[in-house]
Ligand binder design. Structure first.
Ligand SMILES: [Zn+2]
Length: 139
């Protein structure tokens, strides 16, 4: 819906008018038709930009950004048992795919701190996380 106006007198014109009915000014039809031309060059940009997010995902999977990996569906009971009994070794972290955190727990297991954190996590998940019909939770 592009409404054209006469550049000479400012009167509103019809869609395919090439002459102004008010003053007889010739409307530059070519000027209007050249506008779609930049669209052709814009079409190349999305084709290039779509490859960039895929590269980022590849980097996330292969790189050290495992800590911020999206939630994984795991069994709630298994998670709590792992956190309670093997939590000091990061077992529940390995179980949820948080390999980086799991290694961190393993390295510091002798301080008892990972075990304490794991116990808190087990209690937190037990209370706060509602499992679905299959007993699964998203971590
Ligand atoms: Zn006019």
């Amino acid at each position: 819906m592009d409404v054209k106006f006469c550049p000479n007198c400012g009167k509103q014109l019809g869609e395919n008018t090439s002459f102004c009915g008010e003053c007889g000014h010739q409307i530059a039809v070519n000027a209007v038709q050249t506008i779609p031309e930049p669209v052709v060059t814009v079409q190349d940009i999305p084709a290039q930009s779509t490859s960039a997010p895929y590269q980022e995902i590849d980097h996330m999977v292969s790189g050290e950004t495992v800590l911020v990996s999206p939630g994984k569906v795991v069994n709630k009971t298994v998670y709590i048992l792992l956190a309670l009994f093997l939590g000091g070794f990061g077992a529940h972290k390995f179980y949820t795919g948080r390999i980086g955190l799991g290694i961190l727990y393993l390295v510091f297991f002798w301080t008892w701190i990972p075990g304490i954190i794991a116990a808190i996590e087990a209690i937190y998940v037990g209370i706060k996380k509602n499992s679905d019909a299959y007993g699964n939770i998203t971590m």
